[in-house]
Design a protein around this ligand. Sequence first.
Ligand SMILES: Cc1cc2nc3c(=O)[nH]c(=O)nc-3n(C[C@H](O)[C@H](O)[C@H](O)COP(=O)(O)OP(=O)(O)OC[C@H]3O[C@@H](n4cnc5c(N)ncnc54)[C@H](O)[C@@H]3O)c2cc1C
Length: 333
Amino acid sequence: MRLPNFEYFEPETIQDAVNLLSLHKGKAKGLAGGTDLLPKLKRRVTEAQTLVNLQAIPGLRSITEEGDIIKIGALTTLGEMEESSLLKGNLAPLSEAARAVGSVQLRNTATLGGNLCQDTRCLYYDHSHLFGQSVWEKCFKRGGEVCNLIKKSKKCFAVYSGDVAPVLLALGAKVRVMGSAGERLLDLSQIYSGKGEQAYALSPEDLIAEIHVKKPSPSSYGAYVKYRERGSIDFPIVGAAAYMTVDKETVKDAKIWLTSVSSAPVEAVKAEAVLQGAKLSADLIEKAALQAHEEIAPYPNHGYSAWYLKEMVKVFVKRACTKTWEDMKGGQA
Ligand SMILES: Cc1cc2nc3c(=O)[nH]c(=O)nc-3n(C[C@H](O)[C@H](O)[C@H](O)COP(=O)(O)OP(=O)(O)OC[C@H]3O[C@@H](n4cnc5c(N)ncnc54)[C@H](O)[C@@H]3O)c2cc1C
């Protein structure tokens, strides 16, 4: 499949990139590693008359430490995150989530900014233009009025499947966004709209410059676990991140975030509440996993029923919490 024709720019400052996106409002897209955007352009499931390549902008590809904040440039590749000495110890789940993405070749090109802003996915949408259009009606995501997955639905059921966002969200990460109104620091959760057809609450000219992660306290532990069909080159069917801060095995703070269950990452707030203030045990983790099963209503996607995915939420929340607990016991031994 060939790429469509497009105008191409390679700005050397982020401000120039924002200006170009602003000038071609709605018709231009930022290009980072291109591993998500270029295949979608080839399949004609997304459109861009102009591509603004971000790779020539200096200063967006590094992982640095400033006081108790780790700053990750948006153009940092997932491969660099896997290898970073700053993402070891209790930030290791972040490298693990990066390592869980696709394949080595993909991670050498794919960036963190692109991973956080990847398009939502649906079996009825992620097909070539010609095949999809000949078989299915124009859906919400293609500007139509139907959902081909759930016929009577009034909304789009495309699913956000990024691997790295749940860990960053569990860590309370912030993003430095540059836009035509200047610079702002947002909670990562604020960039997701929750809408399948338009998954981001950012303006078309907004660019993520940096991701800020506060270093977890020495008594915080976490894990990311991913359910997928094959050992590599597969998006998550369900992904679960857990972080817990403990004091003598009593949970002082707990965060559980899931991916691939909805059009945005989802926090299992009631499951977190089960853990909060309690002494960690296998029984407690089982209760938290059951609570996650109760509260999360996964969208059916990619051939899996909502019922089955709900079961997998229970299994993978349990695994994420158990792995966290095991690391904790190892860390305190
Ligand atoms: C075979 C295959 C397997 C894959 N497996 C996985 C997987 O297992 N897990 C997973 O999470 N992903 C997976 N992906 C999706 C994709 O490769 C990754 O999400 C990757 O990290 C995207 O990064 P990129 O730099 O290539 O983004 P690009 O393709 O360059 O961009 C993606 C989107 O993000 C926007 N964007 C890029 N950078 C910024 C920025 N700084 N600010 C604002 N917007 C920005 C672009 O405009 C575009 O809309 C897979 C893709 C393929 C083709």
